[in-house]
Design a protein around this ligand. Structure first.
Ligand code: ADP
Length: 315
C-alpha cells in the first residue's frame, strides 16, 4: 500500500542580489541556487523522508530539467514510474530574485504542470487500488484536480486537498469529494470570504467548509497552531515552539506528516500533531525540499517534545 501525490513538480532557479532590479535594468547579483520544488513534489519528498511508500503522478518537460527532477525524486525514495515526460513544454520553473531584505520577485512558468490532464488521471486510476490516500494541491489545472478527486472518491481512497496557492474559489462539486481540506490562514480567508487569523475565525471557517461538503477541515495558523473540525468535534492543536528561520514548505510538510500518521492508522488528533511537528521542523531550516525532516529527526523530535510535555504537566 502507498500514498499517491498527484500534482506539480518544479525547479526553482533562485538568484540573490543587493536589491531588486527596476524595469529595464541589468544588475550584478551574488549567488545562484537551483532547488527542486513544486507543492506536489515537496509533499511526495516529505512523505518518502518519513518512510512512507510514495507514488508521484505528474509531468515534467523533456528537455529543461525534466530528467534531473525525476532523478531527484527517485533519489529521495519516491516512486516515479507515473511521471510523464512531456515533449511539448518545459518543466515547471520558478524564477526567483531575492534581495538583502528578503523581498522577492517570482515568475512561475507552469510548463508541464499546466498540461496535467485526464490522461494523467487515467495513470492515477490504475494506482488507486494499491493506495490508502491521495494528496492534491492546486498547481495543476483545477479541472484535473476535480477529476483526480472524483477518481479517488469513487475508489474509496481518502482525498487530502491542500487548497494552495490560494484560490479565489473552488468548484462546488470538489468539496463533496474531499475528505480533508487543509487551508492556511490566507487560503481559508479566500474560501470563506472573511479574514481568518485566530482560533475563533479559523473554527468558524472550518465549520463553513464542513457545510460545503468536506468531511474534515484543518485550518493551519502558522506559529499559532491548527484548528481541526469534523461533524463530531472541533479541536485546537498548538504549534510546537521552535526557532523558525523560514516557513517555506511548512504547509507541505504539515500535509505529509498528517497523511503519514493516517497511513499508520493513528487517530485524527495524533495526525494533526504529526502534521504540526513536520511543519515546525520544516520551519527551522531554509528552503523547500531542503527543509523537510527525515524519519530519524522527526521521531526524535516527537519523542523529546512528548517527554517535555509530560514533564511540564507534572510540574
Ligand atoms: P503554509 O506553509 O501553507 O502557509 P503555515 O505557515 O500555516 O502553512 O504552516 C503550516 C504548519 O507548519 C503550521 O500549521 C504549523 O503547524 C507549522 N508551522 C509553521 N510555521 C511555524 C512556526 N513558526 N513555528 C512552529 N510551527 C510552525
Amino acid at each position: 500500500m502507498s500514498i499517491i501525490v498527484f500534482g506539480s513538480i518544479n525547479i526553482d532557479l533562485v538568484v540573490t542580489a543587493p536589491r531588486l532590479p527596476v524595469a529595464g535594468e541589468t544588475l550584478t547579483g551574488e549567488e545562484f541556487f537551483k532547488i527542486p520544488g513544486g507543492k506536489g513534489a515537496n509533499q511526495a519528498v516529505a512523505l518518502a523522508r518519513l518512510g512512507i511508500p510514495t507514488q508521484m503522478v505528474g509531468r515534467v518537460g523533456a528537455h529543461s530539467f525534466g530528467a534531473e527532477l525525476v532523478k531527484h525524486l527517485q533519489d529521495t525514495g519516491v516512486q516515479t514510474h507515473n511521471i510523464f515526460i512531456d515533449e511539448t513544454v518545459s518543466s515547471g520553473v520558478a524564477i526567483i530574485t531575492v534581495d538583502h531584505h528578503g523581498e522577492n520577485h517570482i515568475i512561475v512558468i507552469p510548463g508541464a504542470n499546466g498540461q496535467v490532464n485526464q490522461e494523467d488521471v487515467g495513470r492515477l486510476s490504475q494506482l488507486l487500488p494499491e493506495a490508502t490516500a491521495l494528496l492534491l494541491q492546486l498547481e495543476i489545472p483545477l479541472k484535473t484536480v476535480v477529476a483526480a478527486a472524483q477518481a479517488a472518491h469513487n475508489a474509496n481512497i481518502k482525498v487530502i486537498l491542500d487548497p494552495a496557492p490560494a484560490p479565489s474559489e473552488l468548484p462546488e462539486e470538489l468539496y463533496e469529494l474531499v475528505d480533508i481540506i487543509t487551508p492556511n490562514e490566507v487560503e481559508a480567508g479566500q474560501l470563506v470570504g472573511f479574514p481568518v487569523d485566530n482560533e475563533a475565525t479559523a473554527a468558524k471557517a472550518a465549520e463553513m467548509l464542513l457545510e460545503k461538503g468536506v468531511k474534515c477541515a484543518i485550518v493551519k495558523l502558522g506559529a499559532k497552531g491548527v484548528v481541526c473540525a469534523t461533524s463530531e468535534e472541533t479541536f485546537f492543536v498548538p504549534a510546537f515552539p521552535v526557532d523558525a528561520v523560514d516557513t517555506v514548505a511548512a504547509g507541505d510538510a504539515f500535509n505529509s506528516g498528517l497523511a503519514a500518521a493516517l497511513y499508520q492508522r493513528l487517530s485524527l488528533h495524533q495526525a494533526v500533531v504529526w502534521g504540526a511537528a513536520a511543519g515546525a521542523l520544516a520551519a527551522t531550516k531554509r528552503g523547500a525540499q531542503t527543509s523537510l525532516p527525515d524519519k530519524f529527526t522527526f521521531d526524535t523530535f516527537l519523542r523529546e517534545r512528548a517527554a517535555k510535555q509530560a514533564e511540564d504537566t507534572n510540574d
